[in-house]
Write a protein that binds this ligand. Structure first.
Ligand SMILES: [Ca+2]
Ligand SMILES: [Ca+2]
Ligand SMILES: [Ca+2]
Length: 317
């Protein structure tokens, strides 16, 4: 599919200029008296002015005519305009890109009049996004010849420690399992919805695909937190607390304990169950008729209904 190929080609265009000269004081010199170190100066922000694109146009805060909003780390426009030249191929494809500050910052801190890339890895050159904490997403959409709509989403990251493709040499990063792109990056997730193919949902992802797994900071999309139960073991009659940060429980739900690999509908509901008003917290007591063993706890509206979310393990002593 064309859109898949497009997805592989897109990157954020580098903003460049050589016009802004910063008044940085030299702090060290080589044996010939040539400056080799400069005082750290304030970073130049877009709103300070002076940062230019490759065509010599000033960039400013907000969206430009192409669809870039460098201040917001976003592009929202036509695919054909991502190269900062209006028109071209695939103008009927909508494109949204987002990127981390490590991928392309909204400041110039090394005073070369370009927005920085990978500043935390190379504060002197700051010209390569191949740096831990760099990520980019593409979200493309369009209309097929038959009138149906398609969407395509891809998450690209710089993997911690860099790409390794040695064993086996197969274009897949040995550490993350992600598909290697542009030599230094991996695609950790691709989602396609296209009735003409057909494709519906996840076509590829490493596990887990959330950015939060790869980077402790700078995660753009908070991943929903899965439910927990505390404690995870105890005696019959013991109190327990089950928390679903997503608030998917409903008043009146049951917390059914059942032995692994048996039918939950034949399990035993917890006693003294109460659910908080915000539907995030269920408290109850381990049912009194359970023997020792490994159980699962299913939160469900009725004994025979589906679980609200993934069942949780509990060990009865
Ligand atoms: Ca173009
Ligand atoms: Ca720079
Ligand atoms: Ca490999």
């Amino acid at each position: 599919m064309k859109k898949t190929i497009l997805g592989l080609l897109i990157s954020v265009m580098l903003v460049m200029s050589a016009s802004l000269v910063m008044a940085a004081k030299p702090t060290s010199f080589d044996s010939n008296g040539v400056e080799k170190g400069w005082e750290k100066t304030e970073c130049t922000r877009i709103q300070d002015g002076g940062l230019l694109d490759s065509a010599g146009n000033h960039i400013s805060v907000g969206y430009d005519e192409f669809g870039y909003n460098y201040q917001a780390h976003m592009f929202n426009g036509r695919y054909c305009d991502y190269d900062r030249v209006i028109d071209g191929d695939y103008c009927d494809v909508n494109l949204i890109m987002k990127w981390s500050d490590t991928w392309l910052a909204n400041t110039d801190c090394n005073n070369d009049s370009k927005l920085d890339r990978g500043y935390s890895c190379d504060s002197e050159n700051a010209s390569s996004s191949a740096c831990e904490g760099a990520w980019l997403t593409n979200h493309q959409s369009g209309t097929n010849p038959d009138g149906t709509k398609w969407t395509y989403f891809v998450k690209i990251v710089y993997p911690s420690g860099g790409v390794v493709d040695v064993n086996p040499v197969d274009g897949i990063d040995d550490n993350t399992g992600g598909l290697i792109i542009w030599g230094s990056y991996v695609r950790i997730q691709q989602i396609s919805n296209d009735p003409s193919v057909p494709e519906h949902g996840n076509v590829f992802s490493v596990t887990p695909a959330g950015f939060g797994y790869y980077f402790e900071v700078d995660a753009p999309i908070p991943q929903p937190t899965e439910p927990t139960i505390e404690p995870t073991s105890g005696y019959v009659g013991d109190a327990f607390t089950l928390v679903d940060p997503q608030g998917r429980m409903q008043q009146g739900d049951l917390a059914v304990f059942y032995i692994e690999a048996t039918d939950p509908a034949a399990g035993s509901p917890a006693t003294d169950v109460t659910i908080s008003a915000d539907n995030t917290t269920l408290t109850g007591k381990v049912p009194g008729d359970l023997g020792r063993g490994s159980y699962f706890v299913s939160v469900r509206p009725t004994q025979t209904a589906d679980s609200r979310f993934g069942d949780l393990q509990f060990q009865v002593q």
